[in-house]
Ligand binder design. Structure first.
Ligand SMILES: NC(=O)c1ccc[n+]([C@@H]2O[C@H](COP(=O)([O-])OP(=O)(O)OC[C@H]3O[C@@H](n4cnc5c(N)ncnc54)[C@H](O)[C@@H]3O)[C@@H](O)[C@H]2O)c1
Ligand SMILES: OC[C@@H](O)C(O)[C@H](O)CO
Length: 304
């Protein structure tokens, strides 16, 4: 018989500032399978379905945000709001969110809002507006982000701060506004931040300490918000892409760098679509027991 009585209660209380649920009076039956009444194909689809969900995607005017937002629609999201600072690109991107497979009945509601994620008042107003029009917000993907490159000894502090403002504070502001809405409605939701493999490694040869440190910040933002909001039925996770084919890494300005990156990348350059499996997993029932997790999607770049 085990004599282990677990950690001292005082310590546990100190380490866990959240109410600890008492054991249920009768243990729940152990489910062997979810949806036993459905066919195999139906069960598989149901696990990854986002049917009828409402989502906000920041940075969805182009690149990784656009492709991931499109994947949300493919999996059944019925209401989608794109937040991006680039109005021209955002309006143009609306075309990518419509296609022939969407008939009048199944056509999702897709709106673009010009939002600078660093502007607290603008973020709060935009989230409240979306919540008012959609009813609830179930999913938030934070893709808005910027990078630059400068040696640390030459880094002007304002430029360093700007990277943090968009990548860390911007992600926090939108997530906080959405979490407030979910908590006020006693509903539930899934938040996915976009970090980077550069949050784990000193990605070379480009000197981009501000970017890398900001993305390491996003990793911890993920865990911190996951811990604070788990009791409110909000799951918070992140993805860490490697070198992906968008203007941020795949543009003409990065041609020389790209050759060097590819020498180090076992699987070459990733397509934006390569993120969508993880995004759908984190937003759907398939990931319902996941929170505070970061998923690296970088083709083996950080193995070595
Ligand atoms: N492309 C890569 O190789 C790569 C790798 C790792 C991580 N990431 C991260 O993925 C995210 C998306 O990158 P991408 O490659 O699609 O870049 P992108 O430049 O193609 O798209 C980023 C989008 O964010 C928007 N944005 C920037 N600042 C904003 C602000 N203040 N408010 C609102 N919107 C703003 C831009 O207008 C743009 O539409 C970023 O957070 C980036 O750091 C990209
Ligand atoms: O981790 C790779 C990306 O974050 C990005 O492609 C690059 O490092 C930005 O300079």
């Amino acid at each position: 018989m085990s004599t282990d009585t677990g950690p001292p209660q005082g310590q546990l209380k100190y380490m866990t500032p959240f109410p600890i649920a008492p054991d249920p009076p009768t243990p729940k039956p152990i489910p062997d399978i979810i949806h036993p009444d459905r066919s195999l194909a139906e069960r598989a689809a149901a696990r990854f379905s986002l049917a009828g969900k409402h989502a906000i995607v920041t940075g969805g005017a182009q690149g990784l945000g656009l492709v991931s937002a499109r994947a949300l629609l493919d999996h059944g999201v019925s209401h989608l709001a794109i937040f991006d600072v680039d109005e021209k690109q955002g309006e143009a991107a609306l075309e990518h969110y419509r296609d022939a497979s969407m008939n009048e009945e199944s056509k999702p509601v897709v709106v673009f809002k010009k939002v600078d994620v660093t502007d607290e008042a603008m973020v709060n107003e935009a989230v409240q507006d979306v919540s008012h029009n959609f009813g609830t917000i179930d999913i938030l993907l934070c893709f808005a982000g910027i990078t630059d490159s400068k040696l640390a000894v030459d880094y002007p502090i304002e430029q360093w701060r700007r990277i943090f403002d968009v990548n860390v504070h911007g992600s926090f502001l939108v997530a906080r506004a959405v979490a407030r809405d979910i908590i006020a409605r006693s509903s539930s939701g899934s938040i996915v931040f976009t970090a980077s493999m550069s949050g784990y490694i000193v990605n070379t040869p480009q000197p981009h300490s501000a970017y890398a440190v900001s993305k390491a910040g996003v990793h911890h933002l993920t865990r911190s918000m996951a811990a604070e909001w788990v009791g409110h039925n909000i799951r918070v996770n992140s993805i860490s892409p490697g070198i992906m084919n968008t203007r941020l890494s795949g543009g003409p300005a990065q041609a020389g760098l790209r050759r060097l990156w590819m020498e180090r990348s076992p699987m070459g350059m990733g397509d934006p679509e390569d993120l969508t499996g993880a995004v759908i997993l984190l937003c759907s029932d398939a990931g319902k027991f996941m929170t505070g997790v970061d998923i690296r999607i970088e083709g083996g770049y950080t193995i070595f």
